[in-house]
Design a protein around this ligand. Structure first.
Ligand code: DTR
Ligand code: ZN
Ligand code: ZN
Ligand code: CA
Length: 443
């Protein structure tokens, strides 16, 4: 049973209410801002990242693999050729690049590091992805997609001659497929004084899957919010990446306490019908049927997903690099467990919002965490203080997946912000039970 009023580290001061409480509880002195933030400064909007440019890099990676035995794997000539391609682009764009060698499995590996001159050397924002493929194919989605998006964003920084508050550093890792070898080597080789300057690491590994989902890493809240806000602006729902821990290069940074975040469009897991309803694509099919296969070629990319995620990379660099990160928002949360009776009347979990002025926002974030087998049984609504119901999730006869862990964006601009809001959940089909674990409103 979870304690109903959960004190957890939140970025800076945040207003929150708990079950039954009416005044907002200000948690002073208990908070550790996971990602250090400077005083808000005006941020320049990121430019559009041209999809054609990103795909041109993918074509180059494809050609490199085709000319070098079919892959860009660690220890193979195709990998070093990929490094050389990216380095040449970055050198021409004015970056300070370095290629750091390491040895693994008797073969030489390489990390490419590119520093954009300027910015506060004591506040380094990093972004990267692994450049190596598996031996069985060219690795265009895994991870040409992340490598190309990061490369094109770095080139956009140069085109725009961006002058961010923070120092920007981009990275392309070797031997990720063999166990995050390159990024681990980089982090472990950094003196502690250098590590402490890294304010955050953004990871992009598989961001163009052919049957895409839109997953955001659930790690640093400020980084997570930056990505979620971007997709909310596109009216694209996102889900928390639940299998990401330890599965890609961000783990190397997280393991030494550096704030991390990132994006993912899915690998061999199957897209559910509920996910297909919100994202399109094919239910019952893997997000990437060519994961770690020879068919992971330039044909194995969804252009819309690659375009959106490339633009999200740039949005994060421009926003987080500007030294001002959007305030994490005011969070109102209820963490009390509420049992959901099987195939019976609806239950509700209240959150009291006080001290605000005016109406709720047009992009009110509703974070839901319901633990329930066969989530297709569930209907989920947000109930405004005046009783207006906003449908968040319909029941579905064939959504057999477990749990509803998602963030919904609701246009609540017609509703007064203050008052008691409720999450209402009803189980409308026999068998399978569960409970509301927690939910929150972020204004
Ligand atoms: N391990 C990555 C693919 C991968 C699988 N799950 C996640 C979650 C988040 C990022 C990446 C991944 C690889 O094969 O490179
Ligand atoms: Zn892989
Ligand atoms: Zn990968
Ligand atoms: Ca774009």
């Amino acid at each position: 049973m979870r304690h109903p009023i959960r004190l957890r580290s939140l970025p800076r001061l945040s207003r929150r209410s708990a079950v039954g409480a009416t005044a907002a509880v200000t948690l002073a002195g208990l908070l550790v801002a996971p990602m250090a933030t400077a005083a808000p400064a005006p941020t320049v909007a990121a430019p559009d990242i041209p999809l054609a440019n990103v795909k041109a890099h993918l074509s180059q990676f494809q050609s490199i693999a085709s000319a070098n035995g079919g892959s860009r794997a660690h220890g193979r000539p195709g990998y070093k050729a990929s490094i050389d391609y990216a380095k040449a682009k970055l050198d021409a764009a004015g970056y300070t690049t370095s290629v750091k060698q390491f040895t693994y499995n008797g073969a030489t590996g390489y990390n490419l590091i590119a520093d954009w001159p300027g910015g506060d050397a004591n506040q380094v924002l990093m972004a990267g992805g692994h450049l190596d493929s598996v031996t069985s194919g060219p690795g265009i989605n895994d991870n040409g997609s992340g490598s190309a998006a990061v490369l094109e964003t770095a080139l956009a920084v140069s085109r725009e001659q961006l002058k961010p508050t923070k120092h920007l550093r981009f990275a392309w890792w070797g031997a990720e497929e063999l166990g995050l070898v390159g990024s681990k080597n980089y982090v472990n080789s950094l003196p502690a004084t250098e590590r402490s300057k890294i304010t955050g690491y953004l990871n992009f590994d598989m961001i163009g899957s052919p049957n895409p989902g839109y997953f955001v890493y659930d790690d640093d809240p400020t980084i997570e919010k930056t990505f979620k806000d971007f997709f909310a602006g596109l009216n694209v729902p996102t889900e928390i990446e639940t299998e990401g821990d330890g599965r890609s290069d961000h783990a190397s940074f997280k393991n030494v306490g550096i704030p991390v975040g990132g994006l993912f469009t899915g690998a061999s897991r199957t897209k559910t019908s509920a996910q297909a309803q919100k994202w399109g694509g094919t239910a019952g099919q893997a997000f990437d049927r060519c994961y770690h296969s020879s068919c992971d070629t330039t044909a194995n990319i969804n252009d819309t997903a690659l375009d959106r995620n490339s633009d999200a990379v740039a949005h994060a660099i421009w926003t987080l690099g500007a030294g001002s990160t959007p305030p994490p928002g005011d969070v109102y949360e209820n963490t009390a467990d509420v049992a959901i009776p099987d195939n019976a009347a609806a239950v509700s979990s209240p959150v009291s919002v006080t001290g605000r002025t005016g109406n709720a926002p047009a992009a009110l974030q509703v974070g839901v965490d319901i633990r329930h087998t066969w989530r297709g049984d569930l209907v989920v609504d947000l109930i405004a203080p005046d009783g207006t119901a906003y449908r968040l999730k319909n029941s579905s006869a064939n959504d057999s997946a477990d749990n509803v862990i998602a963030t919904y964006t609701v246009n609540a601009s017609a509703e007064s912000a203050n008052g008691t809001w409720n999450l209402r959940v009803q189980d409308v089909a026999a068998q399978d039970t569960g409970y509301i674990n927690s939910w929150k409103l972020t204004f």
